[in-house]
Design a protein around this ligand. Structure first.
Ligand SMILES: *Cc1c(COP(=O)(O)O)cnc(C)c1O
Length: 396
């Protein structure tokens, strides 16, 4: 059996997205900035894609800026808010300890420039609260940035409540919605979101294509200098095929959110129940406020990397955390943020399911992970010490 269970890292493009892109690589190849017919055709497509994406988010087409992906959108949102803030002498930013590195590293850069950054603690169930945000807001706070859903442990944050707190305090609110877009309902008006990032390749669209939504009146700082594309806020000829594929993929995903969730949640919960039966294991993230596709566990006494390699031999593509940190030996900052100690955090496994997963595949995942964990524990000196009582178990 071959199971791709790493949809939080990236997804396969849908046929709808591919079909939407192809004409813009062949017949309709114009540059939207050109005044001739071929260019104007591309420009019309761009306008239409912007409107379709805006409709999925509940915003106006003029509030959409196309970017090269989620990372660029996160960078631009945060830098823009920082530049607006510093003009008013406001140089304090609130975020959380378990954001994506596109957010955390941008905040690090701003700290070096003299900004103060408060990273909220994440509760052991993977949640931050609107009360925590409210308590952290200071007179000089210019931005709150909290992710919609976490990419490793799948916990879904109380975005509308945080939005309401920020709006009432007059502080800009950005959310990295890369894991949420196309999977959870987003409405920037009712959720009171000022800025939002999304990335096409996380919802069956193409890689290298994303969106930054910024509410009307929020002046963006351009990260890339050049031509006047995207109202002068993001230079460079637009990636028309990518944008068309992204619009089609987002519409398709948004049309099936409830149906996909209804199918996935029972399968996800069956997988969680199956893996919970492994002794000395623990689910990471909230069992209820959780992406329908996400399962993340820690298994004591093993190395996540060995687990991944042996699962790969069984045809299962999984991850130990985010693709961005794999390859480094540091345990995941997300697992550390929810209070997992190093030894436990090292034995982590993330299975992020596709909408088309079947019950047989769930059974195969449970069987395979159970077998591989038992096999690795038999070989592990750490496990031997735990068994003999030389070392105390951390997970019950
Ligand atoms: C994947 C991801 C990103 C980065 O998006 P890219 O389009 O790959 O740059 C940012 N934030 C989160 C939460 C992600 O999962």
């Amino acid at each position: 059996m071959n199971i791709y269970a790493d949809h939080a890292a990236t997804t396969r493009m849908s046929q709808t997205a591919i079909d939407a892109m192809l004409p813009y690589m062949s017949q309709c190849y114009g540059n939207p900035s050109s005044l001739h017919t071929v260019g104007q055709k591309a420009n019309e497509a761009l306008t239409q894609a912007r409107e379709r994406i805006a409709a999925c988010l509940g915003c106006d087409a003029r509030e959409i800026t196309f970017t090269s992906g989620g990372s660029e959108a996160d960078n631009q949102a945060i830098i823009s808010a920082a530049r607006l803030g510093e003009k008013k002498g406001k140089k304090h930013i609130i975020s959380t300890a378990f954001e994506h590195h596109a957010v955390l590293h941008t905040l690090k850069k701003l700290e070096k420039e003299g900004f103060a950054v408060t990273l909220l603690d994440v509760h052991e169930n993977g949640m931050v609260s609107a009360q925590q945000v409210e308590a952290a807001i200071r007179p000089d706070t210019c931005l709150v940035t909290v992710m919609f859903a976490n990419n490793e442990i799948g916990s879904v944050q109380p975005i509308a409540e945080i939005g309401a707190v920020c709006r009432s305090k007059g502080v800009l609110f950005h959310t990295d919605a890369v894991q949420a877009a196309g999977h959870l309902h987003i409405d920037v008006v009712s959720q009171q979101i000022d800025m939002l990032s999304l990335s096409a390749h996380k919802f069956h669209g193409p890689k290298g294509c994303g969106v930054l939504y910024a509410r009307k009146g929020i002046r963006l700082t351009n990260l890339i200098e050049g031509g006047a594309q995207e109202r002068g806020k993001r230079a460079g000829t637009e990636n028309i095929p990518g944008i068309m594929g992204m619009a089609a993929a987002l519409e398709e995903a948004c049309a099936h959110i409830d149906e996909n969730a209804a199918r996935l949640i029972p399968l996800r919960d069956k997988l969680i129940a199956g893996l919970s039966a492994i002794p000395h294991s623990a689910l990471n993230g909230d069992p209820v406020n959780r992406l329908p596709s996400n399962v993340n566990f820690c298994f004591e006494g093993i190395e996540g990397e060995s687990l991944l390699l042996l699962l790969d031999d069984k045809g299962i593509c999984a991850s130990s955390g985010s693709a961005c940190t794999s390859g480094s030996l540091d345990p995941s900052h997300v697992l550390l943020a929810i209070g997992r100690v190093h030894d436990v955090a090292h034995g982590s496994l993330r299975l992020s399911l596709g909408e088309d997963i079947t019950e047989e595949e769930i059974d195969y995942l449970i069987r395979s992970v159970t077998e591989v964990v038992a096999y690795l524990r038999r070989m592990s000196p750490v496990w031997r010490d735990l068994q003999s009582g030389k070392r105390a178990f951390i997970l019950k």
